[in-house]
Ligand binder design. Structure first.
Ligand code: ADP
Ligand code: MG
Length: 541
């Protein structure tokens, strides 16, 4: 063998795909831009909806960014990173998912232009990082402060979140519900804390969205276990039990030999006595309502009903916790623990028939730390979309109260921010300045898209809005319904500051991350699991 022959060297398994350098970068940018492009048309109150059909032929009609992206089952790795941005936004606030993704896409598009001008990716990354820090500072200083007493502002925030959504017809009602719900569960001890799980959204098909209501307590999809139990208990004493009200099965297989009928009788009597004593323990504590996370024996049901106790079984753990939070009851795991101290109180426990479903309402709780919103609507699609809209409104009101800072919408903050960032760019020099200006220009994508989606001329709108900001009108934005420039604060288009700060930080972070990648190594697919050769002769197994 000659010395010059070079043997090919394989350092990666067969089937691995690798793209490097500019190709990798361009591919990633392209994929990310495509994601943004897909949901761009849904932005704003005049945005369009999308109909998604999954593999089971289930249909979702929505304009909620994160829902669309989740249903799309995106596979490209860079595109997936963009989907993560939407998910983060959804986790942190619940609203602003489209905004975050659209900004991320535009940051990458502008970066691509710089790459074409031979600006090195690391320079762009550095510029974008400088920008992000400055943007957070500028946003914080432009925001207005609010408190819980600014009812009007809160109403506007909730209404802004609901505008253009499927549930818009009941906007006032839903806005009011969202605000009352958030105010009930938000905690204001040392710092303001909000846990969105403390507002339970219970969907119910039937009636109209207008019939949705806030229940100061908990609604569970359970009925009384026995038909003889009371349907309504006023001023209930509620016990929460997470152990079965049944005779335990033995752990090992045991055999009992019974020789005469009397023994059999005694044996059954013994069981009955045990169940009776369990029920007595409950009754002696003073409880007249029982929610049991496990099963309740038929006989025990009978005894409970004879004592006039309302009982529901196999209640979900999350519901048990919600009832505990709203009624002050403590969940007990042995009946011996149960005493008056563990019981919770409410105004009323009631079994209600809604359409086909039996539900139990625990209402009139004095100081509920957990509330339920019963969302109604004519069809499943309406109820689902109302739920998504309400999630946005709740998230926005909570974010406004938690951080105490809000901004106007309608493209106003983005333009004000772009103006500030351009000024900042002037203080820099060289190529970084290019990146900083690119970031500023990218923010204009929000008012531009809002106008496009409303059928307005984006160039006219941008020119006018920028002129207004140059005159110092910081909340000048677009009235998408009239096609004019207005003071969006006075027009009542208001959003929590956190939507904007979060959207910009996640968008900038993902753009920087994607720009830094110059090598994509995709491992070969894992081998398909082999089918057992059942009844398939001649398949070569
Ligand atoms: P996201 O998923 O980002 O929340 P939306 O479809 O809810 O997307 O659109 C939010 C954008 O629409 C924000 O920029 C907001 O300021 C703007 N917007 C909402 N309501 C109005 C309105 N009545 N007039 C003008 N702009 C509005
Ligand atoms: Mg929104």
């Amino acid at each position: 063998m000659s010395k010059d022959t070079v043997q090919p060297i394989f350092i990666m398994p067969e089937g691995t795909q690798r793209t490097t350098g500019k190709t990798a970068q361009r591919n990633n940018i392209m994929a990310a831009k495509l994601v943004a492009e897909t949901i761009r048309t849904t932005l704003g109150p005049k945005g369009m909806d999308k109909m998604l059909v999954d593999s089971m032929n289930d249909i979702t009609v929505t304009n909620d960014g994160v829902t669309i992206l989740e249903e799309m089952q995106i596979e490209h790795p860079a595109a997936k990173m963009i989907v993560e941005v939407a998910k983060t936004q959804e986790e942190e606030i619940g609203d602003g998912t489209t905004t975050a993704v659209v900004i991320a896409g535009e940051l990458l598009r502008r970066a691509e232009e710089l790459l074409d001008m031979e600006v090195h990716p690391t320079v762009i990354v550095k510029g974008y990082r400088l920008d992000e820090t400055k943007a957070q500072e500028l946003l914080n200083s432009m925001a207005e402060s609010i408190t819980e007493d600014d009812e009007n502002v809160l109403k506007n925030i909730a209404a802004t979140a609901l505008t253009g959504k499927g549930a818009e017809s009941a906007k006032e009602k839903l806005a009011d519900i969202a605000i009352r719900a958030v105010k009930k569960v938000i905690e204001k001890k040392d710092s303001v804390k909000f846990n969105k799980d403390h507002i339970k959204l219970e969907k119910h098909i039937g009636g109209s969205v207008e019939d949705s209501e806030l229940i100061e307590g908990v609604v569970i999809e359970k009925e009384a276990v026995h038909s003889g139990m009371p349907k309504i208990v006023e001023n209930p004493k509620i016990a929460l039990i997470d152990t079965p009200i049944e005779i335990k099965d033995t752990e090992i297989d045991a055999k009992i030999e019974i020789r005469d009928p009397a023994q059999m009788q005694a044996f059954l009597q013994q069981e009955e006595n045990m169940l009776k004593s369990m029920v007595d323990k409950i009754a002696n504590s003073g409880a007249n309502v029982v929610f049991c996370q496990k099963g309740i024996d038929d006989l025990a049901q009978h005894f409970l009903s004879k004592k006039g106790i309302f009982a529901a079984r196999r209640v979900k753990k999350s519901d048990m916790e919600a009832i505990a939070r709203s009624t002050g009851a403590k969940i007990v795991s042995t009946l011996d623990e149960l005493s008056e101290n563990e019981l919770g109180s409410a105004g009323k426990v009631e079994e209600v028939k809604l359409g086909e479903d039996e539900m139990t309402f625990v209402t009139g709780c004095k100081n509920p730390k957990s509330v339920t919103i019963l969302i109604r609507g004519g069809t499943e699609h309406v109820v689902d979309e109302a739920k998504r809209a309400l999630t946005d409104a709740i998230g926005d009101v909570a974010a406004a109260l938690k951080y105490g800072k809000v901004v106007a919408g309608g493209g106003a903050p983005e333009i004000e921010l772009a103006k500030g960032l351009r000024k900042f760019a002037d203080s820099l020099s060289g190529r970084e300045q290019l990146a900083v200006s690119a970031f500023a220009n990218a923010l204009e994508v929000i008012p531009r898209t809002l106008s496009e989606n409303a059928g307005l001329d984006p160039i006219d709108m941008l020119t006018e809005i920028k002129a207004a900001h140059d005159k110092g009108e910081k909340w000048a934005g677009i009235d998408l319904f009239k096609g004019t420039i207005v003071d969006c604060w006075n027009a009542g288009v208001i959003e929590p500051l956190k939507i904007k700060t979060q959207a910009i930080s996640s968008a900038s972070e993902v753009a920087r991350m994607i720009l830094r990648i110059d090598d994509v190594i995709a491992g070969g697919k894992a081998p398909e699991p082999q089918m057992p050769p059942q009844g398939m002769p001649g398949m070569g197994y």
